[in-house]
Design a protein around this ligand. Structure first.
Ligand code: HEC
Ligand code: HEC
Length: 313
């Protein structure tokens, strides 16, 4: 066969393969899902706070937070256990030790002034239904002071696990990582005769109570996020976390207000739990490419050898 004919056949096959791929993937996808633009966690809809914060004043104001929240890094324990808190507020208020490291500053200040607005849950809290956290800052100055205080206590290093637990852990389980909304699943020490562990059963009972309070508050149980990285694309996840209403209009999931670093940590956690073999797979990648490269080269040499001495006509 002529060499030029071979090339033509290859071009036709490549063309139809690409068209089919484009029709199935990018095109069909864009028809079925409206595209949501990623806005880089800038929260442009919220008002910038111009006041300069004073951490000392903020510390005094933060005394009001510990009626509901713990600030564990400052030795301020939670006023109640997660289950009791969920019976009171619908959900366990998160620990505040690292909020200024993982939340956007502007978001945080706006949240303290008007939580329902910042979290985009106005559609849920109307007609007399009140959000469990009242506005905590009366003006820009006190909001800035509180943010300055939380920045002053924010740790330099936060692990992906800590970021996840602070930002998402009160609502979302991750069973593959033994995480539940009320903390880590205790190791079971099963009784040999009964096959049961009373401590473990107590834990499961408490968890069931917490979940039933959470369902009352949210309208449904937030899904377990153990393998969400396999079900949803990274683009979906970041745009959904940045603005849940844009992806699922009317959803009960609040806007959490993460900054870029906070999001990256949370995503890393989702990935290390949902796709633990990724680092291994990536390490193998260059070897596979090298192998294919060598084989392509050998195939080329063989092809050359076959055609050697034959006239191309
Ligand atoms: C009356 C109880 C109460 C008080 C007082 C309170 N909070 Fe909260 N806070 C909550 C509850 C409940 C939630 C969780 C609400 C939810 O997730 O729907 C929450 C959530 C938060 C969040 C998470 C926001 C997000 O986007 O996920 C932050 C940050 C926060 N509070 C900071 C503070 C600070 C700072 C103070 C003090 C200035 C404070 N809270 C005072 C009850 C309270
Ligand atoms: C106050 C509770 C609450 C918090 C905090 C929360 N979520 Fe959610 N989340 C929900 C609820 C409720 C749903 C179910 C939404 C629905 O179906 O309308 C949900 C759904 C989701 C979904 C599924 C969306 C889909 O359709 O596939 C993802 C992913 C998700 N949340 C990620 C997160 C991440 C990541 C965080 C932390 C940064 C977080 N959530 C924090 C309540 C919460």
């Amino acid at each position: 066969m002529k060499k030029s004919k071979e090339l033509k056949i290859l071009a036709v096959v490549a063309f139809f393969t690409l068209v089919t791929y484009w029709g199935v993937e990018p095109y069909a996808h864009s028809v079925m899902h409206k595209h949501v633009e990623f806005k880089d966690f800038k929260y442009e809809d919220l008002k910038p706070i111009k006041a300069k914060g004073n951490a000392e004043n903020g510390k005094a104001l933060a005394a009001a937070c510990i009626g509901c929240h713990s600030i564990e890094s400052q030795n301020m324990p939670a006023p109640m256990d997660p289950v009791t808190a969920s019976a009171t507020y619908g959900v366990n208020p998160p620990d505040l030790s690292n909020i200024a490291a993982i939340y956007d500053e502007k978001y945080l200040a706006n949240f303290l002034k008007n939580p329902v607005h910042a979290a985009m849950v106005e559609h849920k809290f109307k007609n007399g239904k009140v959000y469990p956290m009242p506005p905590m800052a009366m003006d820009d100055q006190s909001a800035a002071d509180l943010v300055a205080y939380f920045k002053s206590i924010a740790p330099k290093e936060i692990t992906p696990k800590e970021a996840y637990e602070s930002a998402c852990g009160r609502c979302h389980e991750m069973r593959y990582a033994k995480w539940t909304q009320i903390g880590e699943v205790p190791k079971t020490k099963k009784d040999i005769k009964t096959g049961m562990d009373p401590e473990y059963l107590k834990f499961e009972q408490k968890l069931a109570q917490y979940k039933s309070n959470l369902v009352k508050y949210m309208g449904k149980l937030p899904p377990d996020l153990s393998i969400i990285v396999r079900a949803r694309s990274e683009h979906f996840l970041k745009t959904f976390i940045e603005d849940p209403q844009a992806q699922l209009p009317g959803t009960a999931m609040p806007r959490v207000g993460l900054n870029k670093e906070g999001y990256e940590l949370v995503y890393k956690r989702l990935e290390e739990v949902g796709d633990p073999s990724k680092p291994k797979r990536e390490a193998v990648g260059p070897w596979v490419l090298g192998y294919m490269f060598i084989f392509t080269f050998l195939a080329y040499l063989w092809y050359k050898a076959q055609w050697k001495g034959l006239k191309d006509d």
